[in-house]
Design a protein around this ligand. Structure first.
Ligand code: HEM
Length: 458
């Protein structure tokens, strides 16, 4: 029997907040600025310093992300925020400067290359299982463990931990940066006037960013000297890559900025997907049992591998549903460049146009029982209407790492569910809070009881 109550959610605001209300709500939780009506109406508009619109209507989303993509570049806020850490990388660049980087990096994420990197994901899943075993009867914060696990993966696939790369310097640099940047962005997204006091802007993190760039540059130079060895990692692939149109190759700074981008964009997002998936499995034991049966049938007691992924459809449905209920990128933001009309509303140049993915994924026009955990809704992918489910956005700027992330999430989730039965710790439900990404505040604390596949059980 599926659970009839919904898992944790963010209470959306019932009435438009004034500027101070919005600012103080957003300082706590940016999803707190999404009004409840955004889960019922096609567009909601307002003004908090700048004019903004939240769009959840599929045809209007298609217009923003595909048909008039050049008129809706990523918002300055996002760019200004990330530029000091990741430069003019693919995530930030626009126009020709973006296009050649995207073309150069696209083959890096081909199906074959992503499959080749799977043993690193399987090994990281095994190390996580060992840590959980070590914890014995003590509850484990699976959100923290998943951050560690996905960082292991991304550090290894970007710079292969071959001794030439100081992974902890990068980890420290990014953590310090993102913690500070998160605070700034919330005020800026809302177009707060300049006199609103900002936190001690990124000062604290500057040294860490310098240290992080140095660690990455050194690793790239070391690789140039030594050349590629064994299965190519993302650095080897990017070093060998060239823009098929112009033949241009990335220099050290361009490679560094893009590799750091992969780390920033790919590590916490995937960790959150896994943390929320585990929370949901603990929340609904029937789903968890069914998932485990699938894993044991496909993998026995072995950890999941790349070849198993396509035979684990129910695990994939759980990941898809976790990405629906708790999309790590909860809001995608653009700045309009010219006059337009969206759902009958006038859009002016300079307006902030947001796709509130969190609200889109819980929209009453698109989803039955929008707040409930129902992995089976993804059993038939064709039944999901385009532009109603956008955990990776869409159009030319769709997430380049989507298949990498999904493969990693399925391998790690399957491996852990095959080894342990997870139960929630009473009274420690996580609270969804969006700073830069949608995080489970308080952690995902679970108890883990070891299990094994039936045929091999004593
Ligand atoms: C579950 C995990 C992930 C989620 C939910 C996610 C989500 C997203 C979203 C929503 C965007 C579009 C942002 C926008 O247009 O404003 C994006 C872009 C991007 N993502 Fe991901 N991402 C994930 C994992 C990854 C991974 C693993 C990598 C790389 C290894 C990655 C690299 C990128 C890059 C480079 C872009 C910018 C692409 C461009 O502008 O051309 N992401 N991601």
């Amino acid at each position: 029997m599926a659970r009839t109550d919904p898992p944790v959610k963010v209470p959306l605001v019932q009435q438009p907040l004034g500027i101070f209300g919005s600012l103080s709500a957003a300082r706590r939780n940016i999803i707190g600025i999404i009004p409840e009506v955004a889960t019922r109406e096609p567009i909601v508009s307002g003004r908090t310093g700048t004019r903004w619109h939240m769009v959840t209507e599929p045809a209007a989303i298609r217009r923003i992300l595909i048909e008039r993509v050049d008129e809706y570049p990523k918002s300055m806020v996002t760019k200004n925020l990330l530029r000091p850490a990741i430069g003019e990388s693919m995530f930030i660049a626009e126009g020709a400067d973006w296009r050649w980087q995207r073309r150069t990096a696209a083959p890096v994420f081909s199906h074959r290359n992503v499959m080749n990197l799977a043993p690193i994901m399987t090994a990281a899943a095994e190390r996580s299982a060992e840590r959980i075993t070590q914890a014995g009867n003590r509850a484990v914060d699976m959100a923290a463990d998943m951050v560690r696990t996905t960082f292991d993966v991304i550090a290894e696939v970007t710079f292969s931990a071959d001794g030439s790369f100081d992974a902890s310097a990068v980890h420290r640099g990014l953590d310090a940066y993102v913690a500070e940047a998160g605070k700034v962005s919330i005020l800026d997204v809302l177009g707060a006037p300049d006199w609103v006091p900002r936190p001690a802007r990124l000062m604290a993190s500057r040294t860490s960013v310098v240290e992080m760039h140095r660690a990455a540059d050194e690793a790239i130079e070391a690789r140039r000297q030594r050349g590629a060895q064994g299965i190519p990692d993302l650095l080897d692939l990017l070093m060998a890559g060239e823009d098929p149109k112009s033949g241009r190759q990335m220099n050290t700074a361009e490679m560094r900025d893009n590799l750091l981008t992969f780390i920033v964009a790919g590590h916490e997002t995937t960790a959150l997907t896994l943390a929320w998936s585990l929370y949901l499995c603990a929340f609904d034991p029937d789903v968890q049992d069914r998932a485990r049966t699938e894993v044991h049938a496909v993998c026995g007691n072995a950890p999941a591998t790349a070849e198993d992924v396509e035979n684990l459809p129910y695990i994939r449905q759980i990941v898809d549903e976790a990405l629906r209920l708790y999309p790590p990128g909860g809001v995608v933001s653009r700045t309009a460049q010219s006059h337009d009309q969206l759902c009958g509303t006038d859009i002016q140049p300079g307006d902030t146009v947001m796709l509130p993915i969190y609200a889109l994924h819980r929209h009453h026009a698109h989803w039955a029982e929008p707040d409930h955990f129902r992995p089976e809704r993804f059993a038939d992918r064709k039944a999901i209407k385009r532009f109603t489910y956008l955990p990776f956005a869409d159009g030319p700027r769709i997430c380049i790492g989507a298949s990498f992330a999904l493969q990693e999430a399925v391998i790690i989730l399957a491996t852990l569910l095959g080894r342990f039965r997870f139960t929630p710790v009473q009274g420690r439900d996580p609270k969804p809070v969006m700073i830069l990404t949608l995080r489970p505040e308080g952690g995902v604390w679970l108890e883990a009881e070891p299990v094994s596949a039936p045929s091999q059980a004593a």
